[in-house]
Ligand binder design. Structure first.
Ligand SMILES: Nc1ncnc2c1ncn2[C@@H]1O[C@H](COP(=O)(O)OP(=O)(O)O)[C@@H](O)[C@H]1O
Ligand SMILES: [Mg+2]
Length: 284
């Protein structure tokens, strides 16, 4: 966000008192979280605590109904915007289970994705005349190639990879490679990586963490979602949050992840509930 004096404020993703339902059941029960461009946050928590739900709600998945609270991106309330518009504003979500796209090569897929992203989205711009699609901005092939080559070099991706069909016969590691390459090409200001349950093998784990580390920098905010602490051995987060029953129950610095790993979620939650209980006693 550019101010009058030309000073550029970092982009922030601000989630306030977010409540969301899936199929009539309340899953998110008051989430508060702020991620600033340049920071890496880890979201941990036991299975079923609502981590993937949060990622899906931020991206605007239609299955999830927001009943309370707000999500601001770059100061703009994004709750009424389509997933596509959110992506064009600079939010990236790596899908947990990307599906195969037969007949579309990784290269072509990336080109389309980049073209859409380059159209951008300005909520203050006048609406398109009815029935008209926004003009697609083509990318000159040489420019696209150059950028792709740079990103492939940065991420140590083999040249032949972009000619493969997207996700068709991909190993877990290759799916991750495609995701990270997509993220590199789109240059989002906020990336949400949901690595939960996906049972990352060592290869995939290395690809994701080396990729994220290569892309980290002042222009990128990262929210990495993970059940296990393991990936945080490779990606050192600035802030670690634990989610439980639809709320962030505790946050801490990078060492907090190790602490959680050592004592386990059960113990952490027991301790929190015990201290909440004693506070209530004090207040009563
Ligand atoms: N698409 C969905 N349809 C029905 N229930 C869902 C859906 N997504 C999530 N849930 C439910 O929401 C709860 C939280 O799930 P999830 O967000 O996937 O947790 P986590 O990612 O922390 O393991 C679970 O009880 C799950 O069954
Ligand atoms: Mg999940």
């Amino acid at each position: 966000m550019e101010k009058e004096n030309g000073h550029v404020e970092p982009v922030q993703l601000v989630i306030r008192d977010l409540h969301a339902n899936v199929e009539g059941k309340e899953i998110l029960r008051g989430v508060n979280l702020t991620v600033t461009q340049g920071e890496t946050h880890a979201l941990m928590g036991p299975n079923g605590s609502g981590k993937s739900t949060l990622a899906n709600v931020v991206m605007g998945h239609p299955k999830y109904e927001v009943t309370q609270g707000e999500i601001l991106f770059n100061g703009i309330n994004i709750l009424d915007l389509s997933p596509d518009k959110r992506a064009r504003m600079g939010i990236f979500l790596a899908f947990q289970y990307p599906s195969a796209v037969p007949g579309v090569s990784v290269g072509n897929f990336l080109r389309r994705a980049l073209e859409a992203k380059r159209e951008g989205y300005d909520p203050n711009a006048p609406a398109e005349p009815t029935g008209q699609m926004p003009k697609r901005k083509g990318i000159p092939p040489a420019e696209f190639r150059k950028m792709l080559n740079e990103k492939m070099r940065l991420l140590k991706v083999d040249n032949t990879f972009v000619n493969r069909y997207i996700n068709e016969g991909f190993s877990g590691g290759e799916k991750k490679r495609a995701e990270i390459l997509q993220m590199a090409m789109l240059e989002p200001s906020m990336a949400i990586l949901d690595e939960t349950d996906s049972g990352l093998d060592v290869d995939a784990l290395r690809i994701v963490s080396e990729g994220v580390n290569a892309l980290r920098g002042p222009k990128l905010g990262v929210l990495i979602i993970t059940h296990y602490q393991r990936i945080l051995d490779y990606i050192t987060p600035d802030v670690v949050h634990v989610m439980y029953k639809g709320r962030i129950v505790k946050s801490g610095g990078r060492d907090f992840a190790l602490e959680v790993d050592k004592q386990g979620y059960e113990r952490l939650i027991q301790d929190l509930e015990a201290s909440e209980g004693s506070e209530e006693t004090v207040e009563a």
